[in-house]
Ligand binder design. Structure first.
Ligand SMILES: *Cc1c(COP(=O)(O)O)cnc(C)c1O
Length: 235
C-alpha cells in the first residue's frame, strides 16, 4: 500500500468513527508518527497535505527535523529525559508526554532561555502499567496546580498510551477514564483542557468515540517500522 492509500484509509476510519460518535471530523487532529521512518517519508506525507508529525526520540528528531520540509510541525510523544529538554524545547511545538514535575520545571527553564512558550500535555498512566511512564491519576490531581504554575508552559490537556490489546473494545475503559480525569482536572483548574491525545493505529475508532481530539498514528500510515534503534531504549 502506498502512503496515499494508507492516508485515505486512516482519514476514512476517522470520518466513520466521527459519524458514529456524532462528532465533527474537524475536532480530531491526526498526528502522523514518523518515528523510525526517514525524512523522505515525512516529505512524501507533507506533499499529500499532512503537516503534523510525532517523534519519540530527541536524538532521531534532531537529525530528521532539519532534513524535513519546513512546513512540517512536530509533537514529542516519548519519554523525555530532563537532559534532552533543551533540544526538545527547540524542536517541538508540543510536548505531549510530560510525565513529572521535574521535567516540567526543566522545560520551563529551557523555554524561558529560548524566549518561547511550549504547549504541553500531561501523560497519564491510566492502567497503572509498571512498564509505562506517566502520572498516576491521583498524583496528577495533587500536582496539577504546581504543574500549571509554569508561565512558559501552556497546558492543553491529557495524553495516554493504552495497553496493547488485540480487541480495541478492551481499552475503551482506559480512554473513558482519561476523559473523566480530564474533566476533573479542568474543574480543579477552572479552565478548559480541550485536548485528549489517545488512540493509535489499532484503536483510533474507540478513542474517537470516547472523545479523542488527537490520534497518533504510525503503522497504519507509514507501514511497519524499520527497527533502526532499540524500541525499548528510553530517549
Ligand atoms: C509509536 C507510537 C504511536 C503510534 O503507534 P502505531 O501503533 O504505530 O500507530 C503512538 N503513540 C506513541 C506514544 C508511540 O510511541
Amino acid at each position: 500500500m502506498s502512503f496515499a492509500e494508507n492516508l485515505a484509509t486512516v482519514q476514512g476510519r476517522i470520518a466513520v468513527a466521527c459519524e458514529r460518535a456524532r462528532r465533527d471530523p474537524a475536532e480530531v487532529t491526526l498526528v502522523a508518527v514518523s518515528k523510525n521512518h526517514p525524512a523522505e517519508s515525512v516529505a512524501a506525507a507533507v506533499a499529500l497535505g499532512v503537516t503534523l508529525f510525532g517523534e519519540n526520540r530527541v536524538q532521531e528528531a534532531k537529525a530528521k527535523i532539519p532534513a524535513s520540509p519546513a512546513k512540517a510541525r512536530w509533537h514529542f510523544i516519548g519519554h523525555l529525559q530532563s537532559n534532552k529538554s533543551r533540544d526538545a524545547a527547540a524542536l517541538f511545538e508540543m510536548i505531549e508526554s510530560v510525565d513529572s514535575l521535574a521535567l516540567a520545571a526543566e522545560l520551563q527553564k529551557q523555554a524561558e532561555k529560548q524566549a518561547k512558550t511550549l504547549k504541553i500535555l500531561v501523560e497519564v498512566n491510566v492502567a497503572g502499567e509498571s512498564s509505562k511512564f506517566g502520572w498516576n491519576p491521583a498524583q496528577l490531581l495533587a500536582e496539577l496546580a504546581a504543574l500549571n504554575a509554569h508561565s512558559r508552559l501552556e497546558l492543553h490537556g491529557l495524553m495516554t498510551v493504552a495497553p496493547y490489546a488485540t480487541d480495541p473494545e478492551k481499552v475503551r475503559p482506559v480512554f473513558r477514564k482519561l476523559r473523566e480525569l480530564r474533566d476533573r482536572c479542568a474543574d480543579a483548574l477552572g479552565a478548559p483542557l480541550p485536548v485528549l491525545s489517545m488512540g493509535m493505529s489499532g484503536d483510533l475508532e474507540v478513542a474517537i468515540e470516547e472523545g479523542a481530539t488527537i490520534v497518533r498514528v504510525g503503522t497504519a500510515l507509514f507501514g511497519p517500522r524499520p527497527r533502526l534503534v532499540r524500541e525499548d531504549a528510553a530517549d
